[in-house]
Design a protein around this ligand. Structure first.
Ligand code: G4P
Length: 531
């Protein structure tokens, strides 16, 4: 056992995913409340910044120096050291949101009980499935009228293709919400007022077998309905199986109300008991075990400072093994250099804390003098291995970018390439055109505004963006076997290449993708690229 084994084993690193407004921020606040990181729920991040509009986004970025789109929160609870990675939604949804999931070992999915699975959840969920990371579901807002519980579970199973296992069961919803039934303890935890969620209410636990007491406490109709539903569930629901949870095939589900702080601590306890310690990761030298290897990390996000006065960049890395010490020398494998990481810091919601040590599972941000790229590996000087690359995710919005002043071609190319290197946008080129005309692809449309703003402010280049009708992009997985010139698609399909020269196809709709696959036997297309 290494001196750092104990520290690593008490770490839990997870991402929190949801559609905007499902209650992710509220749930996170309540988690922090239990951890004692804050005294009163609601002070984690100002609501104004959590729900900012497009217009004030730039100002927020400038003020803070780092992106509000990337928060990492660390707190202690019950002996665990917990890292929460926020995955922003709203208009600032970007490729970073996907990449954040690469740094997590599990995910908490928050679903609004009156809405079920929504678009953003579906997108993020796909990435979780690709990585086979365990997913824990919190169905929120039971204090409001909710969809039928069986329908909600059905929706998750059908929409996301993952089996569900409810750990507890809601009794009514909205004005009729009476609490939850804990299936393991076989008792009802009654809903009580919790002073607007500033503390867990004084919930009463009543065993199911004390039926009379239960009927007195929550009423005849809810008890009859619960008994009926339990009978149905015992016959129909998936059995709990930790192996399937850890393989990402089964999601444990809890019901509650984050706002009134009901069911949150129960969920947190279940979650911590089931989730894993920092997971081993694949590298080109085999699997790297967190507790058996010395320090190593990979860069999953690079954030340029929006503050014009300090044009610095922060590289966010996930520590995958061992212990990090601010004084240590590390090898940046891709850069071929041994260096000290400059100003290592923990980036909290709205503050940076300089840190002297960190462990596998933790996320740190370091000052990047322009040497890091997404996916780069850092390790101790005597080692030399690379972690598996971070995939490039398919953008969904495309535009043609032209510089207004052709004299500034150099700045334009430099600017757009640097911004693409940070991973905020992806750039593509048509065959037979030069670099003065570039196709930009983004995951969220706000990135177009960011690109325009940054090119103007940081590189002094004015651009024109003309949106293109494409909605799907596919990499050609078997590019060695395919002659791109001979490929026949639909008339609206466009052939482009990325900056590394990989061929790609742009499609207006999914029908064209199917048609192209039909017309070119043997062609293999993919939504993520590991090139
Ligand atoms: P997000 O981060 O997923 O986008 O959601 P957030 O927590 O900001 O919650 C979105 C809205 O839903 C907020 O209301 C919040 O108070 C409310 N909410 C969250 N959890 C619950 C819950 O369990 N029950 C009920 N009834 N509401 C919940 P808002 O009116 O938009 O903001 P605010 O005025 O409350 O700050």
């Amino acid at each position: 056992m290494n001196e750092f084994t104990e520290e690593i084993n008490r770490r839990r690193t997870f991402a929190i995913i949801s559609h905007p407004d499902a209650g992710k921020t509220t749930l996170t606040e309540k988690f922090l409340l239990y951890g004692g990181a804050i005294n009163l729920a609601g002070s984690v991040k100002g609501k104004a910044t959590a729900r900012h509009a497009v217009s004030d986004w730039m100002e927020i970025e400038k003020e803070r120096g780092i992106s509000v789109t990337s928060s990492v929160l660390q707190f202690e609870y019950g002996g665990y050291c917990i890292n929460i990675l926020d995955t922003p939604g709203h208009q600032d949804f970007s490729e970073d949101t996907y990449r954040t999931l690469m740094a997590a070992d599990s995910a908490v999915m928050v679903i609004d009980a009156s809405k079920g699975v929504e678009a953003q959840t579906r997108k993020l969920f796909k990435v979780c499935v690709m990585r086979k990371i365990p997913i824990f579901t919190f169905i929120n807002k039971l204090d409001r009228d909710a969809n039928d519980t069986f329908d909600l579970l059905d929706d998750i199973e059908k929409e996301l293709g993952i089996a569900t296992c409810p750990l507890n069961w809601p009794i009514g919803s909205g004005k009729e919400f009476r609490g939850v039934y804990d299936r393991e303890k076989k008792c009802v935890i009654s809903y009580s007022d919790t002073e607007k969620g500033t503390k867990e209410g004084t919930a009463i636990e009543i065993p199911l077998k004390e039926e009379n007491r239960l009927r007195e406490a929550i009423g005849d109709v809810p008890v009859d309905r619960l008994l009926e539903e339990m009978e149905l569930l015992d016959g129909a629901g998936a059995d709990f199986d930790l192996e399937s949870v850890r393989a990402g095939e089964l999601t444990p589900v809890c019901f509650g109300s984050a706002l009134t702080n009901f069911g949150v601590e129960i969920f947190l306890k279940h979650f911590l008991a089931m989730t894993t310690t920092p997971l081993p990761r694949k590298s080109d030298m085999g699997v790297i075990e967190p507790t058996e290897n010395e320090f190593s990390a990979f860069v999953f996000k690079i954030q340029a400072n929006m503050n014009k006065a300090h044009r610095d960049r922060i590289a966010f890395m996930r520590i995958c093994s061992g212990k990090f010490d601010a004084q240590m020398e590390v090898r940046h494998v891709q850069g071929g250099r041994v260096m000290r990481l400059s100003q290592p810091q923990q980036i909290m919601a709205d503050e940076r804390k300089v840190l002297s040590e960190a462990y596998a599972g933790d996320i740190i941000g370091v000052f990047d003098p322009g040497v890091f790229s997404i996916g780069d590996t850092l390790c101790v000087p005597k080692e030399k291995f690379c972690y598996e690359g971070i995939p490039t995710f398919a953008p969904e919005h495309f535009a043609r970018v032209r510089q207004m002043d052709t004299m500034k071609r150099k700045q334009f190319v430099k600017g757009i390439q640097q911004i693409a290197q940070e991973g905020a946008i992806q750039i593509f080129q048509e065959y037979n055109t030069g670099l003065e005309e570039i196709i930009v692809g983004v995951v969220g449309v706000l990135q177009f505004d960011v690109l325009k703003y940054r090119l103007e402010n940081e590189y002094n280049v004015e651009i024109r963006l003309d949106s293109l009708p494409y909605e799907h992009i596919r990499w050609i997985e078997n590019k060695e076997e395919v002659d791109i010139a001979k490929l026949t698609g639909t008339s609206d399909m466009k052939k482009v290449k990325d900056m590394k020269g990989n061929p790609l196809l742009l499609f207006v709709n999914s029908w064209s993708i199917g048609m192209t696959l039909d017309r070119n036997k043997g062609l293999v297309l993919t939504e993520f690229s590991r090139n």
